[in-house]
Ligand binder design. Structure first.
Ligand code: COS
Length: 402
């Protein structure tokens, strides 16, 4: 793409916070870009139709190191900073989000709790295999009666000697059907209110007492699989507490910190998808003729294109700014919510305009625009709905002011 504001190596060189040098980062972004265009884009319709990503493509993603982009180099990953991760994810967003989903949990909510709060031995044990994609991690927070109100979860972990017994149901868990490791959030102290009595556990998927529900049929993102995970008298050792005993009853903080980075990741993904939709819309508008001229010549179509370009650019700036601040050590909870709120709502509007610009073709399966329209709808829901982002932003504004 020739837009003047695509990532600038000059800007990257000026940064001191890179895990990779500027040339290596540029090469990585180029590699991902080529992989997306040459390998993934041609498979989009097939993956949606068959509801599966071909295993050889998953293997290629493993070989490219895509499962371990955010896992530290010491554990076999690429150790990308948040800023670098966002640049790469923007490239990945230029194809069906289902491809990002398969690596999403290992780079985000399935690994980052461990990266941030895990003990050294937990990291040594799990992260190298997560970095290669041999182990898929899933984030088991949501429950049938605890979605937005994550702190009200009722899955219990009761201590018996050196073990805990887990009972409860986790709902809509991304990548659960393929996972080898669950980060499970469970109530370890029912006398503490809400979020305070919750701990995180690292639970191997083959532990007795775990049952997976059937794959859930979804509105979009076919090829990404989601199901319930049911724990019935599932025995895990005390050493499974993420971060060890000092982290007992502190699991909710791990979940929230993990989501701070995850929300920036989803924001970057939204920008990538928006860029793809804008390019498709622009190409279509230039080619499609009505009233004896390209529809791109009509000002009402131009207005839609211009609004989409403006909003995507704004989201891109926000995401990269917040990512850099996070890498600088700033607390970015509010900014991550601002980014997720704006970027995911933005891509919803861009997708809606893309359908409109394509007219009847936008509604038809063959053109793939309606698929994106359905796929990006999820961004406004998972990792915290837009309404939860609004609450987080306002709550922190009020807290800061007082
Ligand atoms: N980083 C560090 N700590 C955080 C934090 C963050 N981003 N967000 C909250 N905390 C801390 C708070 O400071 C508080 O600590 P203290 O008890 O020491 O004061 C604790 O966590 C509880 O926070 P809070 O009181 O804000 O919790 P609430 O129960 O009111 O709910 C929301 C907080 C609604 C923001 C939370 O439940 C949430 O994010 N819900 C959406 C869940 C979600 O995204 N689900 C998607 C699942 S993954 S697909």
């Amino acid at each position: 793409m020739s837009s003047h504001y695509t990532y600038s190596p000059v800007w990257i060189i000026s940064e001191n916070l890179m895990a990779l040098d500027a040339v290596t980062l540029s090469q990585l972004i180029d590699t991902v870009k080529r992989f997306v265009q040459n390998r993934l884009v041609p498979l989009e319709a097939q993956v949606a139709r068959e509801d599966r990503i071909p295993s050889e493509v998953v293997q290629e993603m493993k070989e490219l190191g895509m499962f371990g982009m955010t896992i530290p180099e010491a554990f076999g990953g690429l150790g990308l900073t948040t800023f670098e991760e966002c640049l790469v994810v923007m490239q990945l967003g230029e194809t069906s989000p289902v491809f990002r989903s398969v690596i999403g949990t290992n780079n985000g909510i399935g690994s980052q709790g461990l990266v941030m709060d895990g003990t050294e031995s937990q990291k040594q044990h799990y992260l190298p295999k997560m970095a290669t994609g041999e182990t898929i991690g899933a984030f088991a927070l949501t429950e049938p009666d605890a979605g937005s109100d994550a702190g009200s979860l009722t899955t219990r972990a009761v201590r018996t000697g050196n073990d805990f017994i887990l009972n409860g149901t986790k709902r809509f868990i991304t990548n659960a059907p393929n996972a080898q490791l669950f980060t499970v959030f469970a109530r370890t102290d029912s006398s503490l209110p809400g979020a305070r009595g919750v701990s995180a556990f690292l639970v191997d998927a083959d532990t007795p007492g775990i049952e997976l529900g059937p794959p859930v049929k979804k509105m979009g993102q076919q090829g990404a699989h989601v199901c319930d995970v049911v724990f019935t008298d599932c025995l895990v050792p005390v050493t499974a507490i993420l971060g060890g005993e000092p982290m007992l009853n502190k699991g909710f903080l791990t979940a929230m910190k993990t989501l701070d980075r995850g929300r920036l990741h989803i924001s970057a993904l939204s920008v990538g998808c928006a860029e793809r939709l804008i390019r498709d819309s622009l190409n279509y508008a230039i080619e499609r003729k009505q009233f004896s001229q390209a529809i791109a010549e009509f000002q009402l179509v131009q207005a839609m294109l211009a609004d989409s370009r403006t909003e995507s650019y704004a989201a891109r700036c926000m995401v990269l700014d917040a990512a850099k601040r996070r890498d600088d050590g700033e607390a970015v909870t509010t900014l991550a919510s601002c980014c997720k709120l704006f970027s995911t709502e933005m891509v919803g509007r861009v997708a809606d305009r893309a359908v409109q610009i394509h007219g009847g073709a936008g509604y038809m399966e063959e053109y793939g625009i309606e698929r994106f329209y359905r796929d990006v709808r999820l961004f406004r829901i998972y990792e915290g709905t837009s309404q939860i982002q609004q609450l987080v932003i306002a709550k922190n504004m009020i807290k800061d002011a007082s």
